[in-house]
Design a protein around this ligand. Structure first.
Ligand SMILES: Nc1ncnc2c1ncn2[C@@H]1O[C@H](COP(=O)(O)OP(=O)(O)OP(=O)(O)O)[C@@H](O)[C@H]1O
Length: 253
């Protein structure tokens, strides 16, 4: 059984989510009671000091990991109620994930990498369909190239095309520009922004970089596994100031 939320509801909602690692004698509360909503068709950045729980939050919200307690709903589905098989299917059909390190299969061409999620779902994608997605990330002319024949920025755009090919409800991005130089990183951010503005894509992105957050509609700050504030229409300066404050106070304010 899965709970269904009305269409106006957030793309992802977390309620009092906790995630503890370790044993009883040495517990790390990576998430310590997080309640948050991520709006549909919005680009949200998650920021916080190292170890504040950003990756844990992303992994739990994307169903890659299960929280110790609390509830997570994604596109109207309560993740805690799903079996492992149902969760795997939801990840495959409803979620896209982009990593810092691209994670493309080196032996496959760009178009075969992009087609992979559909093939894994038992579908037989049309070449036309795959080319259209590659075209949407500006790589129509690189379809037959293998990852080693592409620049870092091009590889990340292939990874974004692969994440979007299933038309996911939410695209999660973990430091998507972390391995790129600033010019190439900017191109990837412009592309993500365009996916939100013209495609209505929901994006949730973890980053360390205040500049990167300025492409988002909203930034949520984490500290010590808790929500420590947020900003709409973030500017690099405003985000850097909040981060400096968080790092010096070492906690929630
Ligand atoms: N598998 C694990 N086992 C034990 N502790 C973990 C595990 N994963 C994360 N942690 C701990 O949970 C806390 C949050 O980690 P997390 O990786 O979510 O933080 P982060 O904000 O993404 O950090 P960074 O910016 O350095 O990547 C940290 O104290 C980390 O050491």
């Amino acid at each position: 059984m899965t709970a269904t939320l009305p269409q106006t509801a957030a793309a992802v909602a977390l309620r009092d989510v906790r995630k503890a690692y370790g044993t009883r004698s040495a517990v790390v509360n990576a998430l310590d009671g997080v309640t948050l909503e991520f709006g549909r068709g919005r680009f949200t950045a998650v920021m916080g000091p190292s170890g504040s729980g950003k990756s844990t939050l992303l992994h739990c919200a994307a169903g890659l990991d299960r929280p110790s307690s609390g509830e997570i709903e994604l596109a109207g589905t309560a993740l805690g109620k799903l079996s492992e098989t149902q969760l795997t299917k939801l990840r495959r059909d409803r979620i896209g994930f982009v990593f810092q390190s691209f994670n493309l299969l080196p032996s496959l061409t760009a178009e075969l990498n992009v087609a992979l999620p559909l093939r894994l779902a038992g579908k037989r994608p049309q070449r036309r369909e795959i080319r259209a997605v590659l075209e949407s990330v500006g790589l129509a002319d690189r379809a037959r190239h293998r990852p080693a024949e592409l620049s870092g920025g091009q590889q990340q755009r292939v990874a974004i095309a692969r994440a979007l090919v299933t038309r996911p409800a939410v695209l999660f991005a973990d430091e998507p520009t972390g391995a790129l130089d600033s010019t190439t990183g900017r191109e990837v951010l412009v592309l993500l922004r365009r996916m939100v503005d013209s495609g209505g894509q929901t994006i949730i992105m973890v980053t360390h970089d205040p500049y990167v957050t300025s492409y988002a509609d909203r930034v949520v700050f984490l500290a010590d596994g808790r929500v420590a504030g947020e900003l709409d229409d973030p500017t690099p300066r405003a985000v850097a100031e909040r981060m400096a404050h968080l790092e010096s106070s070492g906690g929630v304010w």
